[in-house]
Design a protein around this ligand. Structure first.
Ligand SMILES: [Zn+2]
Length: 436
């Protein structure tokens, strides 16, 4: 047998069996085998991380890249550089904020053309479900989207309208017919208001947890009725947890995610006028945050993904009623979550489950999400001990706006390998097209 191209050794390699002292051997873009940490191996390159951690590349299934059409907000080059720098080796792009939104095969082709040759990590895509495009869902699936996203309340951009309950039912029926998944922005518009003024308190009051809870109830009911698999995006209110648990106990195929900002930031800390913190649904109270951690620990929430949704600084006016709602954090999610997880007694295997294995499984991305033989050699050398001061202007995000600016996080990514080669400024990312 010929030698390996790369061996990476770490006493803290996170494998599906937990943290182990292992040497990961790579051949032909894949993980060829896991060996004893100090095994003698014939390899072109041999890297020993000692007590630094080796993680599988993270899989972030909730990223708004915004190209084509709003490339000044973010684009494939900047987004995927940021991803790699943050330990993310696979992103799934959301169908909106780009123009056109990914709601037809023609629009999807435009996006693929725009992204081509620019991706520093592997990239897959969600399609969009909007009023009137039920007929486009099967063709989009055939062309390779991993599933479909819809809104129940206004999305923030007029070209991507929400589905009314009857439309959601029709779309779910269609998706159930071919075994796909619908990912849902679940806020009930009937329970949303307009902010009474520019403060954070007024914004928060306009989007109560009851709105999320009501929407999640409707989604799981329709999922149960149609047999469709559903995934609830960015759960911010702990009021949803018991609804999710009950639905799962009833056999409904429902999963749910939350985001680093809901798990690390709180409404109490939001400085007045600092609309880098504005997102929908909103960051809620400290007590609510603790309950979300509890839901994550119990597996009611199974994924932590960024919902990276940047805009230009000009749209982040210091008025919570008027500012663009979206938080930029793609490069920072791992460090933000690790910082908070350590204090709550969680380990790297938990973080990897939430940020790599489970998102890969929910979006049906094969060959990713775990350090195991046969998988792509997507690897991240992570220093879990170091202080990491965040200066927004030094991030690869196109616009230097993030609520983590000025914070000191714990942990930093040292090297990211995509299919066995270090991400080095030359775009080697590929498209991950689903079932075709
Ligand atoms: Zn989003």
């Amino acid at each position: 047998m010929t030698g390996f191209e790369l061996v990476v050794r770490s006493r803290r390699t996170v494998t599906p069996e937990g943290e182990r002292a292992v040497a990961v051997a790579v051949r032909g873009e894949k993980i060829a085998g896991l060996h004893d940490y100090d095994a003698l191996l014939d390899t072109a390159e041999d890297i020993d991380l000692r007590d630094l951690a080796l993680l599988p590349g993270l899989v972030d299934t909730h990223v708004h890249v915004n190209e084509p059409g709003r490339t000044h907000w973010e684009g494939f080059d900047s987004a995927t550089r940021a991803a790699a720098a943050g330990g993310v080796t696979t992103i799934l792009d959301m169908p909106l904020n780009s123009l056109p939104p990914t709601v037809t095969v023609a629009a999807f082709e435009e996006k693929l053309r725009a992204a081509g040759g620019q991706c520093h990590v592997d990239v897959g895509f969600w399609g969009g479900a909007v009023p009137g495009n039920v007929k486009d869902l099967a063709p989009l699936r055939a062309r390779g989207v991993h599933g479909f996203k819809c809104f129940m309340s206004p999305s923030g951009v007029e070209e991507f309208p929400p589905l009314a309950p009857a439309e959601l039912r029709r779309a779910l029926k269609e998706i159930a017919g071919f075994g796909g998944v619908m990912v849902v922005h679940a806020e009930d518009p009937a329970l949303l208001g307009e902010p009474g003024g520019p403060t954070y308190r007024e914004f928060l009051e306009s989007r109560p947890g009851a709105s999320e809870r009501s929407a999640v109830r409707q989604v799981v009911e329709l999922a149960g009725e149609t047999g469709a698999r559903v995934h609830i995006l960015h759960v911010s209110s702990a009021d949803c947890l018991d609804v999710l648990e009950a639905a799962r106990a009833d056999g409904v195929a429902v999963t749910a995610e939350t985001c680093p900002h809901y798990l690390t930031l709180t409404a109490e800390q939001v400085p007045e006028g600092e609309t880098a913190y504005k997102c929908c649904p909103p960051i809620r109270s400290e007590d609510n945050r603790d309950l979300l951690w509890d839901g994550l620990g119990r597996g009611v929430l199974s994924c932590v993904v960024s919902d990276h949704s940047p805009s230009t600084a000009e749209l982040k006016v210091p008025d919570f009623a008027a500012a663009w709602g979206g938080i930029a954090s793609l490069q920072l999610g791992l460090a933000a979550i690790w910082t908070e997880a350590v204090g709550r007694g969680y380990g790297l295997p938990d973080v990897v489950r939430w940020m790599s294995a489970n998102p890969a499984s929910i979006a049906e991305i094969s060959g990713k999400g775990a350090i195991k033989p046969g998988n792509d050699a997507d690897l991240v050398a992570f220093d879990p001990y170091v202080d990491n001061f965040v200066d927004a202007s030094l991030l690869h995000h196109k616009n230097p706006v993030t609520p983590y600016h000025g914070r000191t996080l714990r942990g930093a990514v040292l090297t990211t390998w995509l299919r066995g080669r270090p991400v080095d400024g030359v775009p080697h990312g590929r498209f991950l097209l689903g079932e075709q």
